[in-house]
Design a protein around this ligand. Structure first.
Ligand SMILES: Cc1ncc(COP(=O)(O)O)c(C=O)c1O
Length: 380
């Protein structure tokens, strides 16, 4: 028996349609989009277009040309940060960020961009009023995660977006832990740039992700090269999305991502959210009755995504993770989860936490088995 509770790293298993779409694309299409005017090339182009439309529909983006496929959320965040910021710009972020956003910002800092790190509270939350206090005339960007991968804290993105827009500052959201699990509406939330992986809540394969780039925002490409069309000159094409997408894309991965998003649209984000919330509530309640457990993150279930972090007094998180895996076949994540600043914020640095992240396919029984196993481990 094996139970997978690390969906915040990568969702697993995927819907069957995702496996089939990847396999079918590899076997039956073969080539990439725009890499041949023959039937297969055109079919690949149509498939990638449909995937772009699906992403666009899911996040309320209006124009699918503004969806740029990447290989990960990390690449999308690097594209946004490096493509936009110049020395002298000011950026506002938070102490809850994953290294995939914090490191590009830190690198930008070393290249002359000024970064203000808003201090989140002990539950990982930012108050939108904090933002108003630090905005300056040279502020160019507010950049933060929608939902923390350590505490599950959901930030008030619509409020933050409204403040940023009111001040004429662009808003970049890292939706790694929210895309597919929480409602996202880039227009309604005043989001200008949104980065997401395809392999987590969107249920696609690894090696997929995207960046939404709002209308009128021009980014310098991270890489330039072959785009499948506009081949005559040495200048990178200016049309979107080719401007920011060079090299043969991960077409089988994008086909799987399309199947994942179609699954989500058919199921409904609200249904996925309420199912994940029920699993999280079961974990939170169960952990509450295990002696020595400290739970992190928001008390209000409406402010928590599908991530629960905890520690047990007298137990190193890695020992708990090891025993859950070895003795019970249960996969959870332990340590810093690539977000050291977040652990400094909640007081769990450097040991980190045990992180449990149920997904759409996690059953109530899986959670029961996990709680019983944890109980047995801490009672030894
Ligand atoms: C909040 C957050 N941002 C960014 C990432 C990076 O995603 P990817 O591995 O697709 O680059 C993750 C992945 O764990 C994450 O949780």
């Amino acid at each position: 028996m094996s139970i997978y509770l690390d969906n915040a790293a990568t969702s697993f298993p995927k819907p069957d349609t995702v496996y089939r779409a990847v396999d079918q694309t590899l076997r039956e299409i073969g080539v990439g989009p725009g890499r041949g005017g023959y039937r297969r090339g055109l079919e690949a182009g149509r498939l990638v277009f449909r995937a772009r439309e699906a992403v666009s529909g899911l996040i309320g983006a209006g124009n699918s040309e503004r969806i740029v496929f990447t290989h990960s959320a990390t690449e999308a965040l690097n594209l946004a940060v490096n493509g936009l910021l110049r020395p002298g710009d000011h950026v506002i972020t938070t102490t809850m960020e994953h290294n995939s956003l914090a490191r590009p910002l830190h690198l930008a800092e070393q290249r002359g961009v000024e970064v203000t790190w808003l201090q989140a509270d002990g539950r990982g939350a930012i108050d939108s009023r904090q933002l108003s206090e630090v905005l300056r005339p040279e502020s160019r960007l507010v950049a933060l995660s929608h939902c923390s991968n350590v505490t599950g804290t959901i930030q008030p993105v619509a409020e933050i977006g409204a403040i940023a827009r009111g001040a004429g500052v662009l808003f970049l959201v890292d939706a790694a832990q929210s895309a597919g699990s929480l409602p996202i509406d880039v227009e309604g939330m005043s989001i200008d740039l949104l980065a997401a992986p395809g392999h987590k809540g969107l249920l696609g394969p690894q090696g997929t992700g995207f960046l939404y780039v709002g209308a009128g925002i021009e980014l310098t490409p991270l890489i330039v090269g072959g785009t499948g069309g506009h081949s005559s000159g040495l200048d990178q094409p200016v049309a979107m999305p080719e401007h920011l997408e060079s090299g043969t894309p991960n077409t089988p991965g994008i086909a799987g991502l399309l199947a994942g998003i179609e699954f989500i649209l058919n199921t409904g984000v609200a249904t996925i959210r309420s199912t994940e919330q029920a699993r999280v509530a079961q974990i939170v309640e169960g952990l509450g009755s295990i002696p020595g457990v400290t739970l992190y993150g928001p008390a209000d279930p409406e402010r928590r995504g599908s991530v629960v972090s905890f520690t047990v007094s007298g137990f190193d998180p890695s020992r708990i993770g090891f025993q859950l895996d070895q003795d019970y076949g249960i996969s959870v994540r332990v340590g810093l989860h690539c977000a050291p600043l977040a652990h400094q914020t909640i007081g769990t640095y450097p040991e980190g936490t045990v992180r449990v992240s149920p997904g759409w396919l996690t059953t109530s029984r899986d959670i029961d088995v996990f709680l019983q196993a944890l109980h047995a481990i801490v009672s030894q």
